[in-house]
Design a protein around this ligand. Sequence first.
Ligand code: SAH
Ligand code: SF4
Length: 388
Amino acid sequence: MTKLLLAGPRPAISDVAQDQLAAWLVARGEPAYRAGQILRGVHRPDATTFSDLSDLPVRLRRALAASFGFSTIADSHVLEADGGLTAKAVHELHDGQRIESVLMRTPPRGQSRSRTTICISSQAGCAVACPFCATGQAGFGRQLTAGEIVDQVLHWHRAPWLALGRSWRPGVAEGHYNIVFMGMGEPLNNPKAVFDAVRLLNDPSRLGIGARHITVSTSGVVPGMDRMVDELPQVNLAISLHAAHDALRDELVPINRRWPIAGVLGAGRRFAERTGRRVSIEYVMIDGLNDTPELAERLADQARGWLCHVNLIPLNPTPGSRWNGSSPGRIHAFRGVLAAAGVPVTVRDTRGRQIEAACGQLHAQLAGRRVPRPAGEDIAAGTAVGAA
Ligand code: SAH
Ligand code: SF4
């Protein structure tokens, strides 16, 4: 990052690059090496204010608090569902914009170990306007800064669900959690902040999260996908396809009018060929619309013969939606066509239905209302359990 991005009255520490922090220290007559020490301290799971950085002199902790915010997030409200396996936060930023992030735990099954996934937002709102998506229906608010993206991860990093104690070390995040850009917004319409955020998340002085534990999901911004090959080749790529022919995709994912299916899948193939990494194709199953056997055949043709994997996700209908999710029987039949064609395919669950976990739904429900405080009213079927 080259310049300070202001979030609130003071820049938040998560938006400050290490060399900027070092320059700030030197200007105050402090040694530059303290920059790494400060960043390591700020990213400790048990740190919630600068005064918690007990290995720094008190005068420095006070100066940090006077010059920097500890987080870009002013307040958070958390709801729990699925017996504690899913927790969703609405974060209020300093200018009143609201964004969402979700923590999902997958219990161990068979040979596979338990997994924790943190789903984060890249923009407040989204301009792509997919008609089945609550974020798309609400429209675009503004771009997030890199610090606002990282602070969503830090919110969960510090939360009781992860139970990361003082013994946590950067890089040991391997195995602790994965991060997916599947919250609000189109990450590749905000590439500078998203790419900077990925680098901050990777930074061994900060969280030290390996790129292979991070997934960027896109509605198909072709130039951004090509930039990922060059700049973030170890990050996973997911493409939200949702339709196997352009006339339908023009309606479901309107950015398709600019970058149609052939170009989007072409960029997916280039990514797979040049990085050797398997690309996920996300396909939201909408009853009677995109779940026919003919479309399954067409998708099989498009997905066969290159390094990809299809994820089928039943639509989680937004309030007032004209569509429903496909029935288990239709999903099973669709899956069967892909599997018979030799395409790797998984059926995924929409997690946290009780708390409206799909993209932007809780935000939509809260529009125009105060973010409730933990002791305050309940805003959805979940239970208020805490605030950042
Ligand atoms: N804008 C990016 C990333 C955020 S959306 C993208 O579209 O890929 C993350 C995923 O949630 C996308 O695959 C999107 O299609 C899906 N999604 C949005 N609304 C949904 C809904 N109502 N039910 C199920 N999935 C939904
Ligand atoms: Fe934007 Fe993704 Fe929602 Fe489409 S599905 S409106 S691209 S957030």
